[in-house]
Write a protein that binds this ligand. Sequence first.
Ligand code: 13P
Length: 323
Amino acid sequence: MLRMDSDKRYKEDLKSKIAKLKEEKKAVIIVHNYQRDEVQDIADITGDSLALSQAAVKTDAKVIVFCGVHFMAESAAILNPDKLVLLPVKEAGCPLADMITLEKLRAVKGKYPDAPVVCYVNTTAAIKAESDICCTSSNAVNIVRSLEDKKRVIFVPDKNLGKYVQSKVPDKEIILWEGFCPTHIKVQEEHIRKVKDLHPNALVIAHPECNSEVLDKSDVVTSTGGMIKYIKNSDRKKFIIATESGLFYKLKKDNIDKEFFLPTEQLICPNMKLNTLGWVYHSLEFLEYKVSVPQDIAKRAKLTLDRMLEVSGEPSGSAISGV
Ligand code: 13P
């Protein structure tokens, strides 16, 4: 009990110090939906990958503290060459983004010279620079459809998202990459079946990074922002959520009359959880860790991101909060 009280006091104290520092440094704190509960509490903006990219373009703050993983902060830096973009923990990476190399991508491009490359936002700046258009889980289908005159598309690096896009865009051939999210692939069809046996009326909502057997068992497939929006507008009361567990904080806060179930306790992304209040405080105090991209790569990667933002238009209201 005593320990809980002091932990709570410690966090509240840090939150007020962060709020003060944020004013002083004219910073904005942008937070992904998978972050720790207490980090979501100090956010100016929370959202999915697409909403956060759109928010990064709109902010007039001088400093962006990006609580997410490296590729997200890197995208914010590419879109905001004049701002200081900080990632509180420099080791917060994305194993999926590391599953593709420039050399191998160039080899596949050489094999299919007429096929444009659609890269998932979970990629490094160098891969974005080598691609034609970017996408996130919320717009991947529309992005691929937007390539109207192309019959064949190279989709990197998430094979599960790529397969999902293929199922929605059957008139194109999607060349897949062998990448995957080590957290989302932990969900198995059997996990869904077991929770569904206990809660037969629950709706199954899955992130498209889950494998296709799980997606086939799901009622809705969408991004984290899409899940927030869908559940808020739904009359249903029980939901099985196949995505990283950090999303539960907002889902529970926004929907006190609804119940949420995780198909497996293993849905925790260790990288997303690296950012803590202490590290956010450190980041603001010492303006660390600066995320920057060499100019020539940033220029080409920005084109890839801009093309996506142009096709995607404005963020949908509830996918993003705090702007
Ligand atoms: P969203 O775009 O749905 O927020 O997903 C981000 C992500 O990195 C999933 O692993």
